[in-house]
Design a protein around this ligand. Structure first.
Ligand code: 13P
Length: 253
């Protein structure tokens, strides 16, 4: 949001989508971002781990950052199939998503596990994007704020800074559903997260970006990104199509 001093971040989370043919999408995004826009915002793409290396190569020399979608908390060891923060950093990743609701739901990730992973990200010099969000049932019970505040309080590493931490508010019910909270509902949650951040990390809280995610599309991005304390977007489906992702980035044009 203009005037906050925080540089917006528009991030794409490709989830389990994409093969080498999808490099054309990264190239389309790279070529479609105007230098004027890149003066104002940070752009990040989090492809599946199999494509990180080639996406880093495809965006070499451009300000687009590449990130991971998940990590193991430990730097190395006998954890078959897992990838550490050090390995992501070694490929040229700059960010990693931590505690996405799909990881929490399908891989039983807990807030303590999220905390350990966020520490792992910091250890390797990556910026961790810590995801929080309530289910529809929790919202209907009036528990949205208490849920996301607790997720944030447990997940975030002590002494987190704007360099090593981004927060993403992603209501579980808005992900992939085409439904979004109203701007007022988003403003309420983001203000509450900002206030919680202030309790947790003091004055650094004002510098830490809080993204909104969940059915962000070119058609609603301008309205959602204008909400107070919304410092960018974490985009799923619409990040798979260069034109759509560029449309969202252009909300800041
Ligand atoms: P959609 O944009 O597809 O709703 O996904 C949001 C998301 O989960 C990003 O991490």
């Amino acid at each position: 949001m203009a005037g906050s001093g925080r540089r917006p971040l528009v991030a794409g989370n490709w989830k389990m989508n994409g093969t080498r043919a999808s490099l054309a999408t990264v190239e389309g995004i790279r070529d479609g971002l105007s230098p004027a826009l890149l003066e104002k915002i940070d752009v990040l793409i989090c492809p599946p781990a199999t494509l990180i290396s080639s996406c880093v190569a495809a965006t070499y020399g451009s300000p687009i950052a590449i990130g991971g979608q998940n990590l193991h908390a430990r730097p190395s060891g006998a954890f078959t199939g897992s990838i550490s923060a050090e390995m992501l950093a070694d490929l040229g990743a700059k960010y990693v998503i931590v505690g996405h609701s799909e990881r929490r739901a399908y891989h039983h990730e807990t807030d303590d596990g999220v905390h350990a992973k966020a520490l792992g990200a910091r250890r390797a010099g990556l910026c961790g994007i810590i995801c929080v969000g309530e289910t529809m049932e929790e919202r209907e019970q009036g528990r949205a704020l208490s849920i996301v505040r607790a997720q944030l309080a447990i997940g975030i590493p002590k002494g987190a800074t704007a360099q090593d931490t981004v927060i993403a508010y992603e209501p579980v019910w808005a992900i992939g559903s085409g439904r979004t909270p109203t701007p007022a509902e988003i403003a309420e949650v983001h203000a509450s997260l900002r206030e919680m951040l202030d309790k947790l990390v003091g004055e650094e809280a004002a510098k830490i970006r809080i993204l909104y995610g969940g059915s962000v599309k070119p058609g609603n991005a301008r309205e959602l990104m204008a909400v107070e304390n919304v410092d960018g977007a974490l985009v799923g489906g619409a990040s798979l199509v260069a034109e759509d992702f560029l449309g969202i980035c252009n909300a800041y044009a």
